[in-house]
Design a protein around this ligand. Structure first.
Ligand code: F6P
Length: 321
């Protein structure tokens, strides 16, 4: 194997750069060239490439975001575009591709594998919404970012006795809300709209106030309801005044956490090993502390379980709605 490609796709996730470092470092040791494709599958289609010298990748391991740029490609959904692109890759002497991204990126990777071209897909998304892996690259950093921001907000909230409803990212998954909400000891965590019960929420807010705690904190998962909707509902049914807040992209930015740096790099190394050993296409995930190769069809057809931190028992979790 002489040459492989790498791209990052979907929402950027801290740790993606660590994967790039791991891939280039491992490939260099095997004398394999690594070409970076910019801006996700769009860059793959348009052959927009970026050199990834070792001296450069050695300085990006900690950096959040992705130096390759990223995108959500519509164009790659066209089978003819995919076939043409993969034929060009073969003609240009590529023998494999590493794709880092979330479930949309996995579908792109799956389609390439079906065309007989080896791909390793790695779970890079803050949402933690890939099935059959205990966590995704970027999830831990996003949790740290949420905690850091909300820790700051509550010092102010406590001074004023404010009640904050904070919507965090996660697309359809509530993992960021659940884990950060537990870590922040939120009064209410809302991960699913169907289970929202305003009476229950108001009772939880009242219990918090009666305890003497100086502020109220509600964490809401993106997709469940907006912080504004929460405010409208609770203010119309109680005397609580709510400060609604959309936390936004601060959750995805900054430097990667300890584990996203380490795991990201190891993922990159394992991906190169897999391709160099003749692997024909897979995705990778973490099961019981080990990085494992998985069948991408199995992963994409499995449903995502919400993993509770440290087997946190649901019934000990009073205000999770
Ligand atoms: O998938 C990662 C994510 O941050 C989601 O949590 C969120 O819904 C989405 O990306 C936001 O995307 P954008 O940055 O394009 O607004």
């Amino acid at each position: 194997m002489k040459k492989i490609g790498i791209l990052t796709s979907g929402g950027d996730a801290p740790g993606m750069n660590a994967v790039i470092n791991g891939v280039v470092t491992a490939a260099k040791a095997m004398d394999i060239e690594v070409v970076g494709f910019m801006n996700g599958f769009d860059g793959l289609i348009n052959n927009e490439t970026m050199a990834l010298p070792i001296a450069f990748v050695k300085q990006i391991n900690a950096l959040g975001g992705t130096v390759l740029g990223t995108a959500r490609s519509e164009a790659f959904m066209d089978p003819q575009v995919r076939e043409k692109t993969i034929q060009r890759l073969k003609d240009d002497g590529f023998s494999g591709l590493v794709v880092i991204g979330g479930d949309g990126s996995y579908k792109g990777a799956q389609a390439i594998i079906k065309l007989g071209f080896p791909v390793v897909a790695l779970p890079g998304t803050i949402d933690n919404d890939i099935p059959l892996t205990d966590s995704t690259i970027g999830f831990r950093t996003a949790l740290n970012n949420v905690m850091d921001s909300v820790d700051r907000i509550v010092t102010s909230a406590a001074s004023h006795g404010h009640n904050f409803a904070i919507e965090v990212m996660g697309r359809r998954a509530g993992d960021i809300a659940l884990w950060s909400g537990i870590a922040l000891d939120a009064d209410v965590i809302i991960t699913q709209k169907e289970e929202f019960n305003s009476e229950y929420v108001i009772a939880a807010l009242e219990a918090s106030k009666a305890s003497g705690k100086k502020y109220r904190l509600v964490i809401i998962a993106e997709g469940a309801m907006t912080a504004e909707e929460f405010k409208t509902t609770i203010e119309s049914e109680s005397t609580f005044k709510i400060h609604p807040l959309l936390l936004g992209h601060i959750q995805r930015g900054g430097m990667a956490s300890l584990d996203d740096r380490i795991v990201g790099k190891i993922y990159g190394e394992k991906a190169v090993d897999y391709l160099a050993n003749g692997g024909t296409g897979c995705c990778m995930g973490i099961r019981e502390q080990e990085i494992v190769s998985q069948d991408i069809d199995d992963v994409l057809s499995a449903s995502k379980e919400m993993i509770l931190p440290f087997s946190y028992a649901a019934n000990s979790y009073r205000y999770h709605i």
